[in-house]
Design a binder for this molecule. Structure first.
Ligand code: SF4
Ligand code: SF4
Length: 136
């Protein structure tokens, strides 16, 4: 996987503040119980589990999150949000991460392109979901 270096403008704490502002979520409310990851239907495909994404951001290890496939695999199903005892909506956090990457022109961070044969057979909702991951 190609390594991504943070532009200075959004380094470290500023980048984390941008995620909090865009998502409306307080990353530091999370106390790492792991209930989000335990219920996430896409956790099997992610290189970082949802609660690990939050923890790395709390520790200001932003590059690990930017280079992760997890935000791209998140389908916004809200299972994590409904399970979280602290009311953290991880779907919004994942979306904020994707949005910031797209704003920086880093959409190549998507883990894989969908093959045409899958897209032609996929339901309409799949196309809408795919486009949502490319919109700011
Ligand atoms: S369920 Fe909520 S509090 Fe628990 S690890 Fe996930 S985000 Fe943090
Ligand atoms: S919204 Fe994303 S992170 Fe949360 S459970 Fe669904 S796929 Fe996992």
């Amino acid at each position: 996987m190609v390594s991504l270096t943070l532009p200075k403008r959004i380094a470290d704490r500023d980048w984390i503040k941008e995620i909090e502002e865009l998502s409306g979520e307080n990353l530091f409310a999370c106390y790492q119980c792991g209930k989000c990851s335990a219920g996430c239907p896409l956790a099997f495909a992610m290189d970082l589990l949802p609660h690990q994404v939050i923890r790395l951001l709390q520790l200001e290890l932003v590059n690990e999150v930017l280079n992760s496939s997890a935000p791209w695999f998140c389908v916004g199903c809200l299972t994590c949000a409904t399970r979280c005892p602290k009311g953290v909506d991880l779907a919004k956090v994942m979306e904020a991460i994707r949005t910031l990457l797209l704003r920086e022109g880093k959409e190549e961070r998507r883990p894989f392109p969908l093959p045409t044969e899958i897209m032609t057979e996929a339901p309409q909702q799949a196309s809408v979901s795919a486009f949502r991951k490319l919109s700011l």
